[in-house]
Design a protein around this ligand. Structure first.
Ligand code: C2O
Ligand code: CU
Ligand code: CU
Length: 501
């Protein structure tokens, strides 16, 4: 089984390319990326780690102080497999986090976030309602459907109306997601809670030896940082700096919960990780140094597990990892070996049965290669111009800020294209609608381990080449988007659109 060490240089950590974390570093500097802390110590230092430098330190929060932290809950499930139907309504909510005062939020069928939707290949008739007083949408991020069903900025669901895409699901088993995608409003709406996870399944995970019991040995984890003021109120007030670097919070929410502990059986557990944050990039590792066995990237399974010390996850990306929780104690999932902070604490629960006790040797078939099939090369530059420094503008792709009425690229249906993507000034996570692509190279080198599978979003520290086959049509009324998935950048114009015909 290949084992990769964290490559700082290639992960975008070179100087000037990575914004400083607003989190204060923990008191103990990690040595060799390992921690030796008992749980009490961790709670204390985690509480410190979660306080933003110079910001919310006056408000200590309550969750970390309690003796028995709450147990992490999974989002409720909507299983569409029997009915072929999916009904969801965007609604306003009121949520209180960290024991603070309630704030207005939004969600699908609930007050913050949305259900986990289980899908299989075949017809799926969705009905998306909207009881908010502003347009929202449901973009199926990672789904390979035609432009008419994509749920992007051209398919707003107006207040009081219902959007009814009649879709055909046809893709590999994977963890994808959905979120609102109204141009200029995406950052605010996703921050408020308009997002959720999708599992595409073929029902064969038992044969693969993969954990699949939802909430028991198969956990769905939506990672989001949110900003809390000194009264414990969740706020979204992006400053000029936030617009430039993307909005970063001062506390972690997992599935909309803070300070909750994930209970796991004493065996192999699958974690489906979604970076649902507006801008934060996670470099995930375990406090005791145990490996993260990467099983799937955005678009589906890898042929076999890849053991990682650190897994990078940029906004919009997903990863499925297997973790071996057999042993006497459970570690904490942390982020950023350089300035560590706690993301999620785990605890062993002996009442949960460990269904899978060894890591599978092989998961999927060898991946289909697209190398050499490309007939068109395009250069995509993710631009932050000088205008931005002066207080607005400057976010663009190939020099042009997003325009709903301009088609930037026309792609031939069924063709394979090579796109060379370049980040300017800061590293950007790049996402393409309507496809899953392969990463051909990163700065002239073979892709990093986390980018070796099917992807729809890739973090671009420098120059990244991708290969995609465009199999789903999109006309000029309902084109596909390509954009930076730092939501503040996307809203400010770092987005383009293309047709496939
Ligand atoms: Cu996750 Cu264009 O979106
Ligand atoms: Cu998308
Ligand atoms: Cu960006």
């Amino acid at each position: 089984m290949p084992h990769r060490r964290f490559d700082r240089e290639r992960s975008g950590f070179r100087s000037g390319n990575f914004m400083p974390l607003p989190f204060a570093p923990t008191a103990k500097k990690p040595k060799d990326q390992r921690y030796n802390m008992n749980r009490r110590d961790f709670l204390t230092s985690a509480a410190r780690a979660f306080v933003v430098a110079g910001g919310g330190s006056a408000w200590a929060g309550s969750v970390f102080a309690t003796e028995t932290p709450p147990r992490l809950a999974m989002p409720p499930i909507i299983d569409t497999r029997a009915s072929g139907k999916l009904a969801m309504t965007a609604e306003v909510g009121s949520s209180s986090f960290l024991g603070g005062p309630a704030v207005p939020t939004a969600g699908y069928n609930q007050s913050y976030l949305g259900p986990t939707v289980i899908m299989q290949n075949g017809p799926l008739a969705a009905e998306i309602g909207n009881t908010l007083d502003e347009p929202v949408s449901v973009h199926w991020h990672g789904m390979k459907v035609e432009g008419d069903h994509d749920g992007g900025p051209h398919q707003p669901v107006l207040p009081g109306t219902i959007w009814k895409p009649d879709m055909q699901v046809k893709q590999d088993p994977s963890t994808i997601w959905y979120h609102s995608h109204i141009h200029g409003r995406t950052a605010q709406q996703v921050y408020s809670g308009l997002a959720g996870v999708i599992h595409i399944t073929d029902g064969r995970d038992d044969d693969r030896g993969l954990p699949s019991a939802y909430g028991i040995d198969d956990l769905t984890l939506v990672l989001q940082d949110r900003s809390f003021d000194r009264n414990g109120r969740m706020v979204y007030e992006p400053s000029m700096m936030d617009r430039m670097h993307g909005f970063h919070g001062n506390r972690m929410l997992i599935n909309g919960q803070s300070g909750a502990v994930a209970a796991v059986p004493n065996g192999i557990v699958r974690l489906r990780l979604l970076n649902g944050s507006n801008a934060r990039i996670y470099n995930l590792f375990f406090s005791d140094g145990r490996p993260l066995h990467l099983a799937a990237t955005d678009g589906g399974y890898l042929p076999q597990l890849v053991a990682l010390d650190v897994l990078q996850l940029a906004p919009g990306e997903r990863a499925e990892i297997l973790v071996d929780f057999s042993g006497a104690s459970a570690p904490v999932l942390m982020s950023d070996p350089n300035q560590a902070y706690g993301v999620l604490e785990f605890a062993l629960d002996e009442t949960l049965s460990a269904r899978i006790t060894s890591l599978p040797d092989k998961i999927g078939d060898p991946l289909e290669e697209l190398v050499g099939l490309d007939t068109q090369t395009r250069k995509i530059s993710l631009d932050m111009g000088m205008g931005m420094m002066m207080g607005g503008g400057g976010f663009a792709i190939n020099g042009q800020p997003f325009d709903m009425d301009r088609i930037d690229l026309k792609v031939a249906l069924g063709s394979v294209e090579r796109w060379i993507i370049r980040s300017s000034m800061v590293a950007h996570p790049f996402h393409v609608h309507g496809v899953q692509f392969r990463v051909l190279s990163e700065d002239g080198l073979p892709p990093r381990a986390e980018n070796t599978g099917w992807k729809d979003t890739v973090f671009v520290p420098g120059e990244t080449e991708i290969l995609a086959r465009f199999e789903h049509p999109a006309n000029k009324e309902n084109p596909f988007m390509f954009h930076c998935h730092i939501l503040e950048h996307e809203d400010a114009g770092m987005m383009g659109q293309f047709t496939v015909s």
